[in-house]
Design a protein around this ligand. Structure first.
Ligand code: ADE
Length: 244
């Protein structure tokens, strides 16, 4: 999986991909992350990448030509690359969208700054606009990092054989069950005894129940699209009764 990040601040991306799981994914050749400095595609002497908005108003707008040239260069190498513009005006990112993106082989991520990009960039070069949440960042760079992190961990082999995305929150539209590790007793707070029982069936049932309980209490909106068995529905009824 290849990511090309178009940005005015390539240095922002140095350390996040040098640690832990993503660093190993890069080392194994499963993911490739390249930053492309939009400024290198400005053709005037001063390498100008932004200008004042037509019609007046505050701030600066990123110019169309340098971005156009940068995207065209990547597309000349790989016409199948899918181009995403990170913006609070985009479609909200969720796990379903992350999964869809992980099936693509090459993403171009355009990071906006200032008052955003000239509208013609969006009309002519962008396949999809994505927001990582209803708040405004100083630029698309952190949003691009979030997207790359979430998508990369779904690329086969990146998480390694001992980990899996199958138990993730949202994997089956439920939040994850609680996890514990040693010690079994921390200042009088004990790990639920079922987890120490060695009874795998009882443990599975407890985990399912806790995932359902947590989702019911924290994110009831998720339950309407989750795939629930008859047993799940019964458990939910019990949980609802207790919390009335
Ligand atoms: N750029 C600025 N804010 C953003 C957000 N919330 N999501 C994606 N890109 C952004």
């Amino acid at each position: 999986m290849k990511f090309d990040i178009l940005t005015l601040f390539p240095k922002m991306f140095f350390s996040p991909f040098e640690e832990s799981i993503l660093a190993r994914g890069i080392e194994k050749g499963l993911i490739e992350i390249r930053t492309i400095n939009i400024r290198n595609f400005a053709q005037d002497k001063h390498q100008v990448v932004d200008d004042t908005p037509y019609g007046g108003g505050q701030g600066m707008v990123m110019k169309v030509e340098p971005i156009a040239r940068a995207i065209e260069q990547v597309r000349a190498e790989d016409p199948s690359a899918w181009t995403i513009y990170l913006t609070p005006e985009g479609k909200p990112l969720n796990q379903e969208r992350v999964k869809e993106l992980s099936s693509r082989s090459h993403l171009i991520l355009l990071c906006g700054r200032y008052e955003g990009v000239d509208e013609r960039v969006r009309e002519l070069f962008i396949d999809e606009e994505i927001s990582i949440g209803d708040y405004v960042l100083t630029g698309g760079e952190l949003a691009a990092m979030v997207l790359i992190d979430a998508v990369s961990r779904l690329v086969p082999g990146v998480l390694g054989s001992d980990r899996s995305a199958e138990n993730d929150s949202f994997y089956d539209d439920l939040l994850e069950y609680p996890q514990y590790t040693r010690p079994a007793n921390f200042r009088g707070y004990e790990v639920p005894s079922v987890l120490l029982s060695g009874n795998h069936q009882a443990i599975s049932l407890w985990r399912r129940r806790e995932a359902l309980r947590r989702t019911y209490l924290r994110r009831p909106d998720l339950l309407s699209k989750a795939t629930l068995s008859e047993e799940d529905k019964q458990i939910l009824e019990e949980i609802a009764k207790k919390n009335r």
